[in-house]
Design a protein around this ligand. Sequence first.
Ligand SMILES: [Zn+2]
Length: 264
Amino acid sequence: MHRILPILFFSMITISAHTQAAEEASTNSETADAETPSSSQWSYTGNTGPEHWSQLHQNYKVCEYGDKQSPINIRATRTLELPELKLNYVSSKLNLTNNGHTIQQAYDQGSYMILGKTRFNLMQFHFHSPSEHTFLGKYRAMVAHLVHEADNGRLAIIAMTMHMGPKPHAILQSLWDKMPTKANQTVVDNKVKFNIIDMMPWDKGYFLYSGSLSEPPCTEGVTWLVLKESIEVSPDQVNKFISMFPTNIRPLQAQNNRFINATH
Ligand SMILES: [Zn+2]
């Protein structure tokens, strides 16, 4: 009995943590492109910056009044036997859009992640600098947000952070070489194929919490999986992004009464 009980206990917590995060993910009609709506003008600075988002459109009210917003400072509040990430990613052609807020890769269909019993399809990823989420109060140089959407509209985002080191990252460089430099410009190249799994850190330990889109409409019910480990990119690679997007992060939001779960 003594040997069986702890195992049962942990697997029950594991399941409930995932179900909780998944159930808190409310169904919404936004597509995975919801992180970058083009309709209402918003920005990261000035009169249309984060402190004004809720006034820019009636659908943006939750940006100010929500209590499960992102990004937040990551500091694990409980450590659990969370399952390994189940990632089934295939290659995609390069398909980059400069949407005025960031560089976004529309990922080819067929890649997905399994969370609990739900399949979340990888729709797109995009970049921020610095990392939006902080780790014990510190930013990392950059982040890629891998936005996944289930058939029922639920969203799950993997945050893959980047730190600066001497080596340029080869796959990132193949994207940066084709980076669309003008707003609303898209570059598609069938000859450049890559698999996002090859960009990810070997150790896929993660933090798990329930948050929101980190840009208008700030929709809540997003399952965030923030990878603990970061990948190495060069200062030149970070600077190229910053030169085009000097400010593209939302300030930290209150954690309120949310748990931040962490793998061991
Ligand atoms: Zn993002």
